[in-house]
Structure formats: structure tokens, C-alpha cells
Design a protein around this ligand. Structure first.
Ligand code: NDP
Length: 457
């Protein structure tokens, strides 16, 4: 039974309770927003260079606590320790990038007959960030740090399963000298704390990452208050492998197994050109068998557990035991384990090939030519990410222009860099995070016309 007043954080590798944390009520959210409104007024008046200096001190604090944050992420989310260290580093690097942005957030001056227009990029106020459990630390950082740098306050609701790293980040922010209540983390349930944040009239914008279903509800509720929203809603990304590709690099199983496949950019539709299809299948069979799945705290482990029993059940529902598939191995319980799997008998328009499974499961499908590849790649409601593998530069350019997705990579599986824009086409979301415009997304533009005509004589 779920206790509405408390969150029990489980280690997904062992099912042991790691911590219990009070769950925020609607009243707690309202009180946090009142505090945030006050803190934001103080913060917006701080000179940009001083804001940047404090954010750099916050980055130093994150850096000094990398190992502690990484170990927390291992325990609450089951991430492999190597990945978890990268995630703490990503939060630190984004803070440094955002601090630089704070110093360069400029308005403009537009000449006009009889005067000047001066535009200002003003902070929005209080930003509500609703984060998921798959990358608790980076996604909390992406929504919050550019917002802080632009002069806003943040109230962050982490996922109910993974509140611990976000809570620790908020403590480090305070230690670094950020004003009290500027960056508040309120663990709680989506249906109470999440909704209260979305519905609060003094929350100026919502940044939501999670499922399309919940994202749709968040957007509808924001519409009632004409509240802007950024949505990052996952994907079903293609990995398009032409016959001339470097097959070993193209078929790296961690393109869909990283974070046990709980990755919105996971390349879960492996599309392989017919002449090398059999070769690809053999390669993947060997690659899956070699994946070390187990204790995420062990440095040698490459893949950990899924986040929860609920997620395990969801993944199982897409993979019947008798489904034709290539399979690796995984430990038995306790813990929420599922083996690396590539389904080989799926229809391109079936559920496993078009819906986000969010587990270590991909589908393998053949294609004939460029047109067929693009058609298959786009044949889902999503459009977040994808890879194109070929040695033909012209083809790489044509296909990357044709595929409808926000983040593509050619001869690479890289998706997310804090200095480039990130977000989806179609039902993968709305708006962009990260990149050079990350701070501007947390501002609104004010234009002031200044007459040079002087008072009438
Ligand atoms: P949700 O979209 O329900 O949860 C994401 C966040 O939203 C959590 O913090 C959640 O809180 C909160 N939330 C839930 N309901 C509401 C609401 N009505 N109003 C405001 N906030 C709310 O995702 P799930 O955890 O249920 O995961 C289901 C599926 O979603 C996954 O299998 C995956 O396919 C997809 N997903 C995609 C992600 C991505 O990166 N784009 C990330 C996570 C999931 P609480 O934790 O209490 O539920």
C-alpha cells in the first residue's frame, strides 16, 4: 500500500529500502511557491556576474561531491557507477555553462523614428520542474540550472522513486551560498505534488519530462492558466544502418542498453539494410551474450536493473517468452532484472516496434533503400533522436534532413550535449532544453519604447 505522506525509496538491484522521505502535500507545494516568489525577487536583483559567481561555487560543490552523488544514484536508480559519475559531471558542467550564460543574457536596441526601442530578457519568476526517474540528476539539472542562471527560482518535484540526488543537489546549492528557497526540491507524488505545482497560478512555467500520457495532461492543465510548458516525452528512436556502415560501431548494443534501456534517446528500432541483415543479426547475438548485467555498484557491470517492479512488468508485457528474439542473460531476483533483448519477428507497425518500452529491448527490422529507411524511421508517433550509419556523405546528409526528429547523429550514437539544443518533434515533446538558448527559454521579452522627441513645446 502506498502511504500518501511518505515515499519509500528502494534500491532496484536488491529491493531493500534505501530511505524514506516525506511526501509533499498540496499545502506544502503552495507554501514552497510563496517562499520561492520571495527568493526570486532577491535573486533577480543580484548582478549577473554575482549570480554567475555563486553558480560556479555551486558547480565546485557538485564537483567535490561527485562520488557521493554517484553512489546515491547507484542506490536509488540502479545506474552503473560509471554512468552515475558521468551524470554528476553533467550536472556540474551544465552549471558552469549556465553561469557563463547568466553573464551574456542580453537584450537589444531597435532604432525607430522618434526614439529607441530597448528590449529586456526578464526572468519569468518561479519555474516548476517535474522530473522523471530515468536520469534523476541530469534531468533535474537541465530543467533547473539554466532557469536559475536566468534569474528565476525553481521548485522541483523529482520522481517518487528517485528523490535523493535532487535533495542533495539542493543542499549543495545552499552550502554554495545560493539564497535560501531559491532552489527547492519537493519529493512527492505526481497526482498530488506534481498537479499542485502545475496548477499553481504563481508558477510561471512548467518543465516536464516523462510519459506522453502525463505530458498531455500537464499541457492541458497549463493551458487553463495560459502557462508556458516545455515537454520532453520520450521516443522510439531509429538506428539506421546502411550496408556500407562500420557495422561494429553501428550495432553497439549500448545504443539501446545504456541505463537498461530506460533512456528516451535509446535506439530501439534497429533498421538494417538487407544485404547486411544476417550479418547484423549474428553480430548482435554475440554482443548481447557478452553484456555483463548485475550489481550496478561493481565497476565491471555494464547494465543494471530496471527502476521498479511496475517497469519490469511493463517491459515483460512487450516480450512474450516464445517471441523470436536474441537474448542475453540477467540475474534472478531480488531486484528488477530483465535480459538484453532484440526482438526479431516483430511487425514494423506492431506495439513493440512503435511504442516506448523503456527497457533493454530493441526490434530488428530490414529495409531496402534510402526511401524505405526514412519511411520506417518516421513510422512512429515519436521524433526525438536517431542515428544514421553510412560512409556516403551525401546520403548521410539527405537522410538526416529527411528524418523527422529533434536530435540525430551521423556515424555516432551521441544524443545529449549540454551545449546543444535537445528536444523532440511530434509527440516527443515541445520546446528545447540545453544549448545556447537554454536561458532565454526561461525569460520573457519586454520592449520599452523611449521617445527622443522631448516634451511638446
Ligand atoms: P510519468 O510521466 O507518469 O512521470 C514523470 C513525472 O511526472 C514523475 O515525477 C511523476 O511523479 C510526475 N507525474 C505523474 N503524474 C503527474 C500529474 N498528473 N501531474 C504532474 N506530474 C505528474 O512517467 P512514469 O514514471 O509513469 O513512466 C511511464 C513511462 O513513461 C515509461 O515507461 C516511459 O515509457 C515514459 N517515460 C519517459 C521518460 C522520458 O525521459 N521522456 C522518463 C520517464 C518515463 P511520480 O513519480 O509520482 O509518478
Amino acid at each position: 500500500m502506498t502511504d500518501p505522506h511518505e515515499l519509500r525509496v528502494l534500491n532496484p538491484a536488491t529491493e531493500e529500502v534505501v530511505a524514506t522521505v516525506p511526501a509533499a502535500s498540496e499545502e506544502d507545494v503552495a507554501a514552497a511557491v510563496v517562499r520561492a516568489v520571495r527568493a526570486q525577487r532577491t535573486w533577480a536583483a543580484v548582478a549577473p556576474a554575482d549570480r554567475a559567481r555563486l553558480l560556479r561555487r555551486f558547480a565546485d560543490a557538485v564537483d567535490a561531491h561527485t562520488e557521493e552523488l554517484a553512489q546515491l544514484e547507484v542506490r536509488e536508480a540502479g545506474h552503473t557507477v560509471g554512468n552515475a559519475r558521468w551524470e554528476a559531471g553533467n550536472a556540474r558542467d551544465l552549471l558552469l555553462y549556465a553561469a557563463g550564460g547568466a553573464e551574456r543574457l542580453l537584450g537589444s536596441q531597435i532604432p525607430a523614428p522618434g526614439g529607441w526601442n530597448v528590449t529586456f530578457q526578464e526572468p519569468l519568476g518561479v519555474i516548476g520542474v517535474i522530473a522523471p526517474w530515468n536520469f534523476p540528476m541530469p534531468i533535474a539539472a537541465w530543467g533547473s540550472f539554466p532557469a536559475l542562471a536566468a534569474g528565476n527560482a525553481v521548485v522541483l518535484k523529482p520522481a517518487e522513486t528517485t528523490p535523493l540526488t535532487a535533495l542533495r543537489l539542493a543542499e549543495l546549492a545552499l552550502d554554495a551560498g545560493l539564497p535560501e528557497h531559491l532552489f527547492q526540491v519537493l519529493p512527492g507524488y505526481g497526482a498530488t505534488a506534481g498537479r499542485a505545482l502545475v496548477d499553481h497560478p504563481d508558477v510561471a512555467k512548467i518543465v516536464f519530462t516523462g510519459s506522453t500520457r502525463t505530458g498531455r495532461e500537464v499541457m492541458e492543465r497549463c493551458a487553463r492558466l495560459v502557462k508556458p510548458v516545455t515537454l520532453e516525452l520520450g521516443g522510439k528512436s531509429p538506428n539506421i544502418v546502411f550496408a556500407d556502415a562500420d557495422l561494429e560501431a553501428a550495432l553497439d548494443p549500448f545504443s539501446f542498453l545504456d541505463n537498461s534501456g530506460q533512456d528516451c534517446c535509446a535506439r530501439t528500432r534497429i533498421l538494417v539494410q538487407e544485404p547486411v541483415f544476417e550479418q547484423a543479426r549474428d553480430f548482435l547475438a554475440d554482443a548481447l551474450a557478452a553484456v555483463v548485467v548485475g550489481d550496478p555498484a561493481d565497476e565491471k557491470t555494464r547494465m543494471g536493473p530496471l527502476i521498479s517492479r511496475q517497469q519490469l512488468d511493463r517491459v515483460r508485457s512487450y516480450v512474450p517468452e516464445d517471441a523470436p528474439a536474441l537474448r542475453g542473460t540477467a540475474p534472478d531476483g531480488p531486484g528488477f532484472w530483465f535480459p538484453p533483448t532484440v526482438l526479431t519477428g516483430e511487425r514494423p507497425d506492431g506495439p513493440a516496434a512503435t511504442e516506448e518500452i523503456f527497457g533493454p529491448v530493441a526490434v530488428l527490422l530490414p529495409f531496402t533503400d534510402e526511401q524505405d529507411a526514412v519511411r520506417l524511421a518516421d513510422d512512429t508517433p515519436y521524433g526525438l533522436s536517431g542515428s544514421i550509419w553510412t560512409r556516403d556523405v551525401g546520403r548521410a546528409l539527405r537522410v538526416s534532413q529527411a528524418v523527422r526528429a529533434g536530435n540525430l547523429s551521423v556515424n555516432s550514437h551521441s544524443s545529449v550535449r549540454y551545449w546543444t539544443p535537445f528536444g523532440g518533434y511530434k509527440q516527443s515533446g515541445l520546446g528545447r532544453e540545453l544549448g545556447p538558448d537554454a536561458l532565454t527559454a526561461f525569460t520573457q521579452t519586454k520592449n520599452v519604447f523611449i521617445s527622443t522627441e522631448g516634451p511638446a513645446q
